[in-house]
Design a protein around this ligand. Sequence first.
Ligand code: AMP
Length: 126
Amino acid sequence: MAYAYDDQNIFAKILRGEIPNTTVLETDHTLAFRDIEPQAPTHVLVIPKGPYVSFDHFAADATDAEVIDFVRTISKVCKAEGVTLADGDGFRMIANAGKHGVQDVPHLHVHILGGRHMGRMVSRTD
Ligand code: AMP
């Protein structure tokens, strides 16, 4: 079955300029912006500009140029936010996917969280 992408999702609207965002970094293929409800001193979302619903969709169908640009932008954001292991205390990177991953916005986004201890990786809510 093919991946279904809903172009009315909020990040698609941000990419079309219909909704404002606080941009951290923008490249030809990637946009990084601050989460509207930050859960840590650093909380940046990194998204590809292409219509990919999840990381698995992106990893399967994106061009090499898109993949390289996305990964390098994540690196640049971590450096700019001072959370790399070269110049900071680290970070957590999360990409939720679908119902079980508790993904609210169906456009691939990686959360970069840092600036505080993140606690355990997963807690059970069921
Ligand atoms: P997820 O649950 O992984 O899909 O995360 C969606 C994230 O998008 C949440 O952390 C929201 O706070 C964030 N978010 C929703 N709307 C906006 C917006 N307009 N600008 C920035 N971040 C947003």
